[in-house]
Design a protein around this ligand. Structure first.
Ligand code: 5RP
Length: 236
């Protein structure tokens, strides 16, 4: 499954593998999105195939759903599962309090719903994702397409009112057109540099008309499994 891996991929793989060991027979498991989460799905697929692990997987994107089916994981919807025992997902940044920026892969909305509907959320990440203060990674905000430019102006005004450092909100593009999420929305990436009060920003952004959800995950993550390029793993 792994072949010859670069240090960054080895870090992602070992974190995913360790987190997969937290999954027990019969669990309902939220499956994250992104390259690290893809390793997790492959590891779980191997456990289903080789060890007879029985789980129900709730994917957080169409990409993850496809991969999960491909590797033999039973896929159910969140409403079919009702509640989840564990969600394992990647992150773009995590801080010392295990608050996160997510959504670099464009799946933040389903990711936040699924993580919130779980007994525990475990983040898997390479060591480079750890930061002292969130915000160097552009903060994704999912907005509905209707009037998105107005929503962007309102967000920028909000950032000024909050005295946040960077204030530019860029429409995410893909193949020359606005990126479209699984829910048919767009994403604005906020270049903030450093977020002073992430809790406040997360709450205020969701008050702006047109905003569906933002990529700040505050008090949602319970544990983080950090992978290193030399194959070491640390669990916090
Ligand atoms: C997708 C996400 C991903 O978990 C995040 O972007 C990390 O991705 P990767 O594991 O590829 O670094 O939030 O919306």
């Amino acid at each position: 499954m792994t072949g010859e891996l670069s240090p960054i991929d080895r870090a992602k793989f070992v974190a995913a593998k360790r987190a997969a060991e937290m999954v027990q027979d019969g669990m309902r498991v939220g499956l994250g999105t992104g390259s690290t989460a893809a390793w997790l799905v492959r590891c779980l697929g191997e456990m289903v195939r080789d060890e007879g692990l029985r789980i129900k997987g709730v994917p957080t994107s169409t990409r993850t759903a496809e991969l999960a089916r491909e590797v033999g994981i039973e896929v159910v919807s969140l409403d079919q599962a009702g509640w989840l025992d564990i969600t394992i997902d990647g992150a773009d940044e995590f801080d010392g309090e295990l608050n996160l920026i997510k959504g670099g892969g464009g799946a933040l909305l389903q990711e936040k719903i699924v993580a919130t509907a779980s007994d525990q959320m475990v983040v898997i990440a390479d060591a480079g994702k750890e930061v002292e203060k969130l915000g160097a990674f552009p903060l994704p905000v999912e907005v509905i397409p209707f009037g998105w430019q107005t929503t962007r102006s309102l967000i920028e005004e909000t950032l000024v009112a909050l005295d946040v450092l960077g204030r530019s909100a860029a429409l995410r593009m893909s193949g020359g057109a606005p990126y479209v999420t699984d829910e048919g929305n767009h994403i604005l990436d906020l270049h903030l540099q450093r977020i002073g009060n992430a809790r406040q920003l997360a709450l205020v952004l969701n008050q702006v008309p047109g905003v569906v959800e933002n990529g700040l995950f505050i008090d949602i993550c319970d544990r983080v499994v950090i992978g290193f390029g030399d194959g070491r793993v640390e669990v916090r």
